[in-house]
Design a protein around this ligand. Structure first.
Ligand code: ADP
Ligand code: ZN
Ligand code: ZN
Length: 653
């Protein structure tokens, strides 16, 4: 009787053998008994012998043809190995839920062709033309490009034209964007231009839509697959090009279970498929800049905004001398000016809720979460204090629990309070607030965006969600509030991220017509970073950071991995990592440094204590050899079952 080797979604570095009546296609799904349950697994091989006896039998063969074909399987194997993640978990994690549950691989509703496509009414610029031609001459083999174009330089136009060229060769194109918020707009731009099926892959689709999108990518019916990070695993038999928009964005890194970077994996997928890879951004990550400097990426530059539009004028407002609360007088005046001339204004504040602190003015007591080492955030519309780490909520205390005085107040600003304050300054102007609280409802974000796109004068208040990608044509001015936390952060990447954020947010201003304006409120106006941001010299700024990283031997000049453990019992979390550190040190590997265990920046979250162990090496192979040996020996660690732990390769936080 044939034996099949099956990958099952369990946190173990092994596969399982089953008896089968017939051979099964490699990459097909089977339903198999596992413990007391029946689970769906992926067949990895057919064999005659097994090292185990008393094998159970395959219950049902779910696919006649592979659901994961050879190229995707190869890519997933590579990914699992690189991130030292169990293969079964990786293979099943990338399937849409309905396939994971064993449902039939059948398309319910074929996405229609966009009925009518429109060609642009402008000529491409010389810079765009050069970029397009440079990519297209390398169209038929692997080649990496950095498309470094300032905000509003027309990178999307470049994507559209190179995509058209790939479609003309009957190839498919994979486009990754960072946020769900960007997909409807990008989808519209692609559908509106290209005569092909454009399917979306992101978390806000329902399960039927996800399955349909996946299967249309797999059948080749979708010419363009546009999605967030998980789309990097979409099966595309005729894949001809990969485009990563806003490549610097942190959301390409998955921050739970299988912690992959879709940006980093795109290099592997493009090499395996032997096709071009295009990383586009106005603010390249230091990793990408280094790759460009090392010649691994060809750099294409769009130095100017398209259509004779100027870069916005950026200025600082010194908040050390400003006692007007969240909004300086100067900012309010500037806003008034733009609104009265029929323009839109956007205020960026990276904190949702009403106020981040609820405290006692008498004794200094501060409301903290009972389950986390973190402040409770006040949300006014529900009159609750909420923890943004564990979700716990409570009614605000009426009197101080420490000194019993009724002297409790909020401090600081979130989007909700800012909206309220704006209402008192601009009673007649619509205010559109976009954060996680106002966009939880399905379609809510799309409705907000539609309102903004109608062009009527309004004030847009937004968080991260609005920072990038959007192209609002009547938005003339951007105000940036409360970014100073970035200067105080302990993350060594904090200034890199802050510069990227400022430039991206600023880039929303004045994208058509007259020159736009950006005002940044800060208590650190002398910080050297502002010099570069104000004068549009991101590359020089980033090159300076790269030099610092090189002399400190930090990423991207060194490679890191992080082992995180958490447990309700603090000692267990710490002792586990101490044991792990002992094991790692016993692995004889030159040139890998080990630090820790150290507590997480937020040590306690949802009653669990978090500790980290860091590994670093200049030699990536040595680091990975050590991690591989570690995962083989993890079972020898006694405290293993007393903690939750994970490994993060190339961590970004
Ligand atoms: P980016 O992605 O680089 O920030 P976009 O692709 O969103 O920029 O382009 C900004 C705006 O400029 C869009 O409205 C786009 O239609 C327009 N645009 C793009 N290329 C040109 C061009 N060659 N001439 C005039 N306008 C252009
Ligand atoms: Zn008190
Ligand atoms: Zn909490």
């Amino acid at each position: 009787m044939p034996i099949v080797e099956v990958a099952i979604s369990v946190p173990l570095n092994r596969t399982f053998d089953y008896l089968s009546d017939t051979e099964v296609a490699v990459g097909a799904r089977v339903k198999v008994p596992f413990g007391a349950k029946k689970v769906v697994g992926i067949v990895l091989s057919n064999k005659q012998k097994s090292e185990f006896d008393k094998l159970k039998s395959v219950e049902q063969i779910l696919d006649e043809t592979p659901i994961l074909d050879k190229p995707i399987l190869d890519f997933l194997f590579w990914s699992a190995k690189y991130y030292h993640h169990p293969i079964g978990e990786v293979l099943l994690a990338v399937l849409p839920k309905n396939l994971r549950l064993g449902k039939e691989a059948k398309i319910k509703k074929v996405v229609g062709l966009p009925t009518q496509v429109n060609q642009p009414d402008f000529e491409i610029t010389d810079e765009q033309n050069t970029a397009i031609n440079s990519i297209l001459v390398k169209q038929n083999a692997y080649h990496g490009f950095l498309l470094h174009g300032v905000t509003g330089s027309g990178k999307t136009e470049v994507y559209l034209r190179i995509t058209q060229a790939a479609l003309d060769q009957n190839k498919q194109v994979l486009v990754l964007v960072p946020e769900i918020g960007l997909t409807p707009q990008m989808i519209f731009r692609f559908e509106n231009r290209l005569e092909t099926r454009v399917v979306a892959i992101h978390s806000q689709l329902n399960e039927t839509q996800k399955l349909d999108a996946y299967l249309m990518a797999k059948s080749g019916e979708a010419g363009v697959v546009l999605g967030t990070r998980s789309a990097i695993f979409a099966p595309m038999p005729n894949l001809g090009m990969i485009i990563i928009d806003e490549e610097h964005d942190g959301s390409f890194k998955q921050q739970s279970s299988f912690r992959y970077s879709a940006r980093d994996l795109s290099f592997i997928r493009a090499k395996q498929a032997n096709i071009p890879l295009i990383l586009g951004t106005a603010t390249p990550s230091l990793e990408t800049l280094k790759n460009a400097m090392d010649g691994k990426l060809t750099r294409l530059t769009l130095a100017n905004r398209a259509g004779d539009v100027m870069m916005p004028k950026v200025s600082l407002i010194d908040m050390r001398t400003n006692t007007d609360g969240a909004l300086s007088k100067l900012l309010v005046e500037k806003m008034q000016q733009y609104l009265s001339s029929g323009k839109q204004v956007m205020l960026f504040i990276n904190r949702r809720g009403y106020a981040p602190v609820y405290f006692c003015t008498e004794c200094g007591w501060k409301s903290e979460c009972n389950h986390c080492h973190a402040s409770m955030i006040y949300h006014r519309h529900i009159n609750r204090l909420k923890c943004h780490h564990c979700g716990d909520e409570k009614m605000p205390e009426q009197t101080c629990p420490d000194c019993a005085q009724p002297s409790l107040e909020v401090y600081g600003y979130g989007t909700e309070r800012l909206e309220e304050t704006l209402g008192s300054h601009f009673a007649d102007t619509p205010i559109i607030r976009i954060d996680r609280d106002t966009t939880r409802r399905k379609k809510a974000l799309a409705q907000h965006l539609e309102k903004i796109n109608s062009g009527e004068p309004c004030i847009i208040v937004g968080t991260q969600m609005l920072a990038k990608g959007h192209d609002f044509s009547n938005l003339a001015m951007v105000g940036i509030l409360d970014i100073d936390g970035g200067f105080l952060s302990t993350n060594f990447r904090a200034t890199e991220y802050l510069a990227q954020l400022l430039i991206q947010v600023s880039g929303r201003a004045g994208r058509s017509g007259q020159q736009g304006e950006v005002a940044i409120q800060t208590r650190f106006p002398e910080h050297p970073m502002f010099n570069f941001v104000l004068s549009n010299r991101y590359t020089q700024f980033a090159s300076g950071l790269l030099k610092q990283r090189m002399s400190a031997m930090m990423p991207p000049f060194a490679h890191q991995a992080q082992l995180c453990a958490n447990a309700k019992n603090k000692d267990n979390a710490q002792a586990f990592l101490q044991e792990v550190a002992g094991l790692l040190k016993s692995i004889d590997m030159n040139g890998v440094e080990i630090w820790g265990p150290t507590p997480n920046s937020i040590e306690k979250k949802a009653d669990y204590y978090y500790f980290n162990l860091y590994l670093q090496s200049n030699d990536r192979a040595a680091l990975h050899q050590m991690l591989a040996t570690f995962t083989q020996h993890i079972d020898t660690i006694k405290l293993k079952n007393k903690v939750r732990w994970y490994l993060d390769v190339d961590p970004i936080d």
